[in-house]
Design a protein around this ligand. Structure first.
Ligand SMILES: [Zn+2]
Length: 255
């Protein structure tokens, strides 16, 4: 995030909570601000005319933005997208999670690796007899585009069904994990998160993903890539066998 972005310094919550300053928010444990964030979003869904928290200056509705940093997620107040753009604390608009993610990659030397992994995984999928359709380009995502969830790699594999693969090089955006699972569930698309490496110790975001995948971690690293090509492309076996925590796609991971 650029440093010129303005931040809401004080939010007024519905009583009894009252005023919450930015320092106070940032000092909260994750569970506490996570809960507040959910409450705010819930209210926003139910009644936009009556936000749970308002900007001290413009009285527009505010939510808690989870900002990814090197040391984890930091809570910030932000105006809801339709908030007053004339507010001195207006931050220039709130990035859609996908845009935030794209922005993160754009400013990151990881982007080239990310793109390469996505294309490689798609090439492997295309070599599979069951491949019907696939797409990588973020901005050409047809079916799922409507609701703004863009998988890194989208696959349609005959009887296996439809898959959204999220190729995650950095810590996943924890608040997005559950939302994405719910979304793809409703679309009848199986969501799989794929890591290039597993850090040790693992950041919480990775734990969240693995929990959602019933204890499975999917790793597509150099070794897996080599193994996949050696197998002659006949199956989408991306991962070496016999290694704990690594699985083949998609035969053994179809939900
Ligand atoms: Zn404001």
């Amino acid at each position: 995030m650029s440093s010129h972005q303005r931040t809401i310094l004080i939010a007024d919550f519905e009583l009894p909570r009252g005023t919450v300053g930015i320092e106070q928010l940032m000092a909260m444990p994750r569970a506490a601000w996570g809960h507040l964030r959910s409450q705010i979003n819930l209210r926003w869904q139910q009644d936009r005319s009556n936000p749970l928290a308002r900007c001290r200056l413009c009285e527009g509705g505010v939510f808690i933005r989870s900002q990814a940093t090197r040391d984890g997620h930091i809570p910030m107040f932000a105006h809801f997208p339709d908030g007053s753009k004339t507010c001195p604390w207006y931050d220039g608009g709130n990035l859609h999670p996908d845009d935030a993610r794209a922005a993160q990659y754009q400013g990151h030397q990881e982007s080239a690796l990310h793109r390469r992994l996505c294309s490689t995984i798609r090439e492997l999928a295309k070599a599979d007899q069951r491949h019907i359709h696939s797409a990588v380009d973020t901005y050409l995502r047809p079916a799922i585009h409507k609701r703004g969830r863009w998988p890194d790699v989208y696959l349609e594999m005959e009887a296996l069904g439809r898959f959204a693969l999220e190729v995650q090089l950095s810590k996943p955006f924890a608040p997005e994990i559950a939302a994405r699972h719910l979304h793809y569930d409703a679309e009848d698309v199986a969501l799989l998160w794929i890591f290039n490496m597993l850090e040790d110790p693992m950041p919480q975001g990775f734990h969240d993903v693995i929990t959602m995948q019933r204890g499975n971690a999917f790793v597509f690293d150099n070794e897996a890539e080599t193994a996949s090509f050696e197998r002659g492309h006949s199956h989408l076996e991306m991962l070496p066998e016999g290694r704990p925590g690594r699985m083949a796609l998609p035969q053994t991971c179809h939900p």
